[in-house]
Design a protein around this ligand. Structure first.
Ligand code: ATP
Length: 241
């Protein structure tokens, strides 16, 4: 089976500064892949390049059999490639309900009933959002905004979710809940996940495979359990980027 996402020899830079330097990574349909590495290793930049938000990038990015490197972020999103960025990027003045509606904006009208059902399910899972439907997103706590960003992305029916630090600012209880939700995505919704997560051990526990990034390239990759057991993991993730 060919990969859903295939990143080949990806380079990304900020002006003259190269931060991703020959990155190789694949994500298969229905798979969770964790991308870990020290601060500044290039994880966020990789996700942003894959989503089409960081355009100073070269190499190969194939999604669902198509080369998408030249495609806009919007086209990639419509094709099923969705980023939930670190820092959330909600429409702060819009209400929680309006943010959720926007998340589903790319779904065809014929799916309205399905969208409504999914929305109700997500609100059941995240009762804090249900209680705040009429409030501007900016008034939510950090943890609630994180939940809203994830719920909004899920309503877009992605095939692959790119998650950048989805538990940032969450309590330990909510961290566990959000990671459990992520773990269920392939099985329950057929969604593949590329996950950047600060809680490396928790991320590797729900991932099928993992890649360790150091200075913009993969230095260790394999089954998540093997990466977790690798003596190199600690040094690479805690070492300098
Ligand atoms: P972190 O966990 O700290 O976000 P990361 O692995 O996600 O780390 P990136 O955010 O991709 O790393 O950053 C990679 C490198 O690019 C870092 O050295 C960072 O300082 C640099 N960088 C990030 N954004 C910019 C920018 N807008 N302009 C210049 N350099 C940047």
């Amino acid at each position: 089976m060919s990969a859903l996402l295939q990143i080949g020899d990806l380079h990304a830079r900020y002006g003259p500064v190269q931060v991703v330097t020959g990155m190789e990574l694949e994500v298969a349909d229905g798979e969770i892949v964790a991308l870990v590495g020290a601060n500044g290793a290039g994880k966020s930049t990789t996700l942003r390049a894959v989503a089409g938000l960081h355009r100073e990038a070269s190499g190969t990015i194939r999604f669902a059999g198509r080369d998408v490197l030249g495609a806009s972020a919007e086209r990639r999103a419509r094709a099923g490639l969705r980023l939930v960025p670190e820092g959330r990027r909600l429409f702060g003045r819009l209400t929680v309900a309006e943010n959720l509606t926007l998340g589903a904006a790319t779904r065809p009208r014929a799916q309205r009933a399905e969208v409504a059902r999914e929305r109700a399910e997500l609100l059941e899972r995240f009762p804090a959002l249900d209680a705040a439907l009429g409030k501007p997103a900016a008034t939510l706590s950090g943890g609630q905004q994180q939940q809203l960003a994830l719920a909004r992305a899920l309503l877009g029916a992605p095939r692959l979710l790119l998650l950048d630090e989805p538990t940032l600012g969450l309590s330990p209880r909510l961290t566990d809940e959000v990671l459990a939700l992520i773990a269920s995505l392939p099985r329950e919704r057929g969604i593949a996940v590329l996950l950047v997560e600060q809680h490396v051990r928790l991320a590797l526990a729900i991932a099928d495979r993992a890649a360790v990034l150091r200075r913009g390239r993969v230095v260790l990759a394999g089954a998540a359990a093997d990466v977790l057991a690798s003596p190199e993991l600690e040094a690479q993730v805690l070492g300098e980027g």
